[in-house]
Design a protein around this ligand. Structure first.
Ligand SMILES: *Cc1c(COP(=O)(O)O)cnc(C)c1O
Length: 402
């Protein structure tokens, strides 16, 4: 009898994600070439490394980056554990999301930097003194996104008390985040953010007596490419590390600003093998709600992947997958754990005596000469590629391929 512990963590038949080490290295190199040595490259690993799998991404880039940004302290702790298990030198980690006091203390013990983005740090000062810990912190200024951070025009007032707390809160950086660099080709709002950042950061540096070593970081992928004046000490590269353009607008702007278009290569391929292929007769309904009816005898393949895994239900009626480089329509509704695909074209091209084994579909990625980008899946679901990839189930098997 097969014992539990011999079973895989992942179902052998479930869909899986391939992460291309070569593509990842290409994208990182693109930014290194852009930076020369003029600014640092930080990588954003939030959202399970944008759905690519934190461990997979780390295993490829860890030795090549000097700073990683995550949202949750748990991700930061996980990275420290992984580094220890792998015998690797710890890299700088900055937690850019919110956290509680005990997490802030633990971060500091593990030499993980964190961000002061609201007034909660004031109540933490005593606890840090008692624990004899000096936190390495970054101040988040809100320059126009109206998300986390101190409004830039009043930050100096809000942070006046920090001057007397620098024995336990050492300011290592000042940061902000853009609102719409990827939504436009003219950057007037971003310029106003840069200006607000400069003014407020200079005020804070004076107020807190910070020296020249204090880091300033402001740019995500789009600004790193299209707003050279905003690169400052270090950029925070998220989506483009994984090979995606932040938007069509960014791509247009990048060509103008950088003179030639940088080469970004998508890192991820999402694949699934069919669980059954069968012929259904003309007039047969397919899927929940009987929304699709076969107009002729149809070869259908059922794939064990659905919205639970991150394949959006909203793509129903619009989507196709790639099989042997052929676009095959997803028919009927996307279900929690299944999709049904019309594979008649693929079957028709097979020799009659060829055995009908499982079919391998590419849900995102390239199959032969045909590519199905995450952006296309996102457009079917009325969303952006950021959401599609970051929602790929954490339960899915991910493997690094060359
Ligand atoms: C997500 C995020 C980034 C990275 O943005 P991309 O557009 O994915 O490059 C950078 N900085 C902050 C604060 C973020 O939240």
């Amino acid at each position: 009898m097969r014992r539990m512990e011999n079973l895989n963590k992942y179902s052998e038949n479930a869909s899986w994600i391939e992460v291309s080490a070569r593509a990842l290295e290409n994208n990182l190199q693109m930014f290194s070439d852009l930076a020369k040595t003029q600014f640092g490259i930080g990588v954003v690993l939030k959202g399970n490394a944008y759905g690519h799998g934190l461990e997979n991404i780390l295993s490829v880039i860890h030795s090549r980056v000097d700073c990683a940004y995550v949202i949750s302290p748990q991700d930061a702790f996980w990275i420290r554990k992984w580094e220890q298990a792998q015998g690797r030198r710890p890299i700088r980690i900055v937690v850019i999301g919110t956290m509680g006091l005990s997490e802030a203390l633990e971060c500091t013990r593990q030499k993980i930097e964190w961000v002061i983005a609201d007034s909660s740090w004031k109540e933490w000062v005593d606890a840090f003194r008692k624990a004899r810990l000096v936190a390495q912190v970054h101040i988040h200024l809100d320059t126009g996104l109206s998300r986390e951070g101190f409004p830039a025009d009043s930050a100096a007032i809000a942070l006046a008390d920090l001057k007397a707390s620098q024995d336990v809160m050492h300011v290592r950086g000042i940061m902000s985040h853009f609102s719409n660099t990827e939504d436009v080709t003219e950057q007037s709002y971003a310029h106003s953010q840069v200006k607000a950042f400069r003014e407020s950061a200079n005020q804070l540096k004076k107020l807190l007596g910070l020296d020249e070593r204090v880091e300033e970081h402001l740019s995500a992928s789009a600004a790193a490419m299209v707003l050279p004046e905003a690169r400052l000490s270090r950029v925070r590269i998220g989506i483009s590390l994984y090979g995606f353009w932040p938007s069509v607008e960014t791509r247009i702007s990048a060509k103008l600003v950088l003179k030639s278009l940088p080469h970004l290569e998508p890192v991820l391929t999402w694949k699934c093998r069919s669980q059954i292929v069968k012929n259904v007769k003309k007039g047969t309904f397919v899927g929940y709600g009987c929304t699709y009816r076969c107009e002729k005898d149809t070869w259908v393949a059922v794939f064990p992947v659905g919205y639970f895994d991150g394949y959006p239900r909203l793509v129903s009626g619009k989507a196709y997958v790639l099989i042997d480089g052929t676009r095959c329509p997803v028919i009927g509704r996307v279900m929690m754990n299944h999709i049904i695909v019309d594979v008649s074209q693929v079957i028709a091209s097979k020799e009659l005596d060829q055995e009908l084994g499982p079919l391998e579909a590419v849900l995102i990625g390239t199959s032969k000469s045909e590519t199905l980008p995450a952006e296309t899946v996102a457009s079917w679901a009325n969303t952006i590629q950021y959401e599609v990839v970051s929602r790929l189930g954490a339960h899915l098997r991910r493997e690094v391929v060359a």
